[in-house]
Design a protein around this ligand. Structure first.
Ligand code: LLP
Length: 436
């Protein structure tokens, strides 16, 4: 995170707390979350979309996509900074409600919400439910009829655009599970509009994650605006939600645009699309997850073993740490690239090529595939892996019976546990074969 720096001894300091102090207090592996960085990114994102929307005669709402990382403390931080929160299961919904969130500021997603989840959302007063399929319309219709309640909904459509990192595919990405094909949407919207308890607020689309640039958003918005325009004949449509997916820097190779430029680029593309069609620009909403928390997280590990392996040219040092794919599955799942730094001290000697690996029984258990680290790293040193704030804890597992690490918040020189770590006792407690 922006606030990570080295002190006079060369030790890494995060949010004003040294890596050594954090590890002495909480152990390793440790997920550290920089509160000021989360708040800064949340408020900068909101301000950027507010400014862009105002410049184009509309308003914008930013939902934090809780799937990236979710706990009650984080929900309070982002809501304090003016964001709404998007959840995609009953479990995520309960976290947001437990945080004391105003349910009206929640959005609820998912391609297979159960009747129980939908009932809970309607009863709790969730602001917007994003309908994903025809079956869900009927489920919700029955729930609002029974309760005599009313519910604001959007319809998620599949714009056929798929974006991932620097490229996007403009065609032939309809073969996936999310959303309703554009061609099927008018009939579904007509059905929603028939149901007295459902208030149709607009269309929703989401084209992918870790996206750089506005081209994919522009293309997707153009297609969805065609549908939006067509549907205006059946009544007003106040909103349009263009999803999340804004990319962040994991390594020096990633160069995301500043959020202000991205926001202006996307909102102006929508504004131009509306002007070209002669329609009013709707209120916009967005759902970034990674861009809010990704760079605010750092994982600290302790080095356990070292091993040099000869390559055709030179050699590679395998540095094993005391976590791995159980706390960060992204390298194994997606080939995701991270960087690592020696955190306990500055280190000496020419940097050597290392691969940071975990302690799991799986060769794909890589934390950082290639990195240059000081030659004098020894067991007991601490390594920091930045940019682990998004999709690490949520995808964590107990593979090989490794307890999940705690999440500790740092801010202005103070630290505190916001999610307790698991103990071996927690893990054994679920084994019904152990006599108690
Ligand atoms: N809205 C919807 C409907 C989504 O499906 C997602 C992410 C988001 C918003 C937030 O996207 P973000 O701004 O965080 O990119 N586990 C993968 C990422 C999965 C993203 C799923 N949907 C990873 O670790 O890269």
């Amino acid at each position: 995170p922006a606030s990570a720096e080295r002190d006079g001894e060369g030790e890494l300091v995060i949010g004003g707390v040294s890596a050594g102090d954090l590890v002495r207090t909480y152990g390793t592996p440790l997920q550290v979350l920089d509160e000021a960085e989360v708040r800064r990114r949340a408020s900068a994102t909101r301000a950027a979309f507010d400014a862009a929307a105002e410049a184009h005669g509309t308003t914008a709402r930013v939902y934090y996509a809780g799937k990236a990382l979710l706990n009650t403390t984080l929900v309070r931080w982002v809501m304090d900074e003016g964001l709404n929160v998007d959840v995609c299961t009953g479990g995520e919904l309960e976290v947001a409600l437990a945080a004391g969130a105003d349910a009206g500021r929640l959005g609820f997603h998912g391609n297979n919400k159960s009747v129980a989840e939908l009932e809970r959302a309607v009863e709790a007063g969730v602001g917007t439910i994003v309908i994903d399929s025809e079956i869900e319309i009927e489920r919700l219709a029955a729930i609002v009829a029974r309760g005599g309640s009313s519910q604001r909904v959007m319809l998620r459509v599949n714009s056929g655009v798929h974006a991932e990192t620097h490229d996007f595919l403009a065609t032939a990405h309809e073969d996936q599970k999310f959303g309703t094909p554009l061609s099927a949407a008018p009939a579904l919207v007509a059905r929603i509009r028939e149901i007295a308890g459902l208030e149709f607020a607009g269309l929703h689309c989401h084209i992918g994650s870790q996206i750089f640039g506005v081209a994919g958003f522009r293309e997707s918005a153009a297609r969805v605006l065609d549908l939006h325009q067509e549907l205006l004949s059946g009544g007003e449509i106040p909103q349009l939600n263009l999803g999340g997916g804004f990319g962040i820097a994991y390594t020096r190779a990633d160069t995301p645009e500043p959020i202000e430029r991205l926001a202006e680029g996307i909102v102006s593309a929508v504004a131009e699309g509306c002007a070209a069609r002669g329609i009013r620009i709707p209120a916009l909403s967005f759902e970034p997850g990674r861009a809010i928390v990704g760079n605010a997280g750092v994982t600290l590990y302790e080095v356990g073993t070292l091993k040099d392996v000869a390559l055709e040219t030179g050699s590679r040092r395998y540095v094993s740490v005391d976590g791995g794919m159980s706390d960060n599955a992204r390298p194994a799942l997606y080939g995701a690239q991270y960087s690592a730094r020696l955190a306990s001290r500055a280190g000496q000697g020419d940097p050597v090529l290392v691969r940071v690996v975990g302690k799991h029984c799986e060769s794909g258990d890589v934390v950082v595939d290639h990195e240059y680290l000081p030659a004098d790293i020894v067991p007991g040193d601490l390594l920091a892996v930045p940019a682990t704030g998004a999709y690490c804890a949520p995808l964590s597992s107990n593979y090989n019976h490794i307890p999940r690490p705690p999440i500790v918040a740092v801010n202005a020189g103070e630290s505190r546990v916001i999610v307790r770590g698991e103990s071996l006792h927690d893990l054994l407690a679920r084994d019904a074969g152990i006599a108690r």
